[in-house]
Design a protein around this ligand. Structure first.
Ligand SMILES: [Zn+2]
Ligand SMILES: [Zn+2]
Length: 206
């Protein structure tokens, strides 16, 4: 379809929202256009739940040029309905580096595995929470509050450079945590590489 995307921009367990934010920024797409691209039958302003059984994965794969396992991992498990935050939780530091993990959505998660910061749901600016629904306002507000548009962190992440931006030990902590929580079911090349780095002592991070 003539869009650009690179799996190298993603860390282990990157959420579908984070993936779509990168895609939107790389291709200059507004939220409503992006939701319509995902599925013509979805009303972009109503949106759709980011749950595996309601998303057209085949279509999404073709559109984002990402492996199916990366996309499946980025979506919530239909069997776990009711155990997820209905709003968008975030780590401020991860957000400033362009990362949002699918694990943050679980009720049992309180802290970011990399930065050890408490996950937040309220916008620092307007105090509101954004529903975790793939609609025009959430998908169209990369790293910003979908309600008021204020940045979640003090700065905007670099456009296409999650890996160099995130320190090596933090990438490894995120990969490990994702494996521990979501485990086994997803064979992800990028995870394996991060975990190999962990085994060998790793390269120097930024
Ligand atoms: Zn973090
Ligand atoms: Zn706000």
């Amino acid at each position: 379809m003539g869009f650009i995307f690179d799996a190298e921009w993603l860390l282990s367990g990157e959420s579908i929202v984070s993936i779509l934010w990168k895609f939107a920024r790389a291709n200059g797409l507004p939220g409503h256009a992006l939701v319509r691209l995902m599925d013509r039958d979805i009303d972009p302003y109503e949106g759709v739940e980011p749950i595996r059984d309601v998303i057209d994965l085949k279509h999404l794969r073709r559109m984002l040029l990402l492996p199916g396992n990366v996309l499946r991992a980025s979506l919530l498990d239909p069997g776990q309905r009711g155990r997820y935050h209905p709003v968008f939780p975030y780590c401020r530091q991860c957000t400033s580096l362009g990362h949002h993990s699918v694990t943050y959505q679980m009720f049992s998660e309180n802290r970011c595995p990399a930065h050890r910061q408490k996950l937040e749901t309220k916008c620092q600016h307007c105090g509101q929470e954004a529903p975790y629904i793939l609609n025009a306002s959430l998908v169209g507000s990369p790293y910003r509050c979908a309600r008021c548009g204020a940045l979640y962190a003090t700065r905007s992440p670099p456009a296409f450079a999650t890996k160099p931006a995130m320190r090596n030990e933090h990438r490894i902590a995120i990969a490990r945590h994702f494996h521990n929580r979501m485990a086994g079911g997803f064979r992800l090349g990028i995870d394996d590489r991060d975990l190999q780095l962990a085994g060998s002592g790793g390269r120097g991070g930024a």
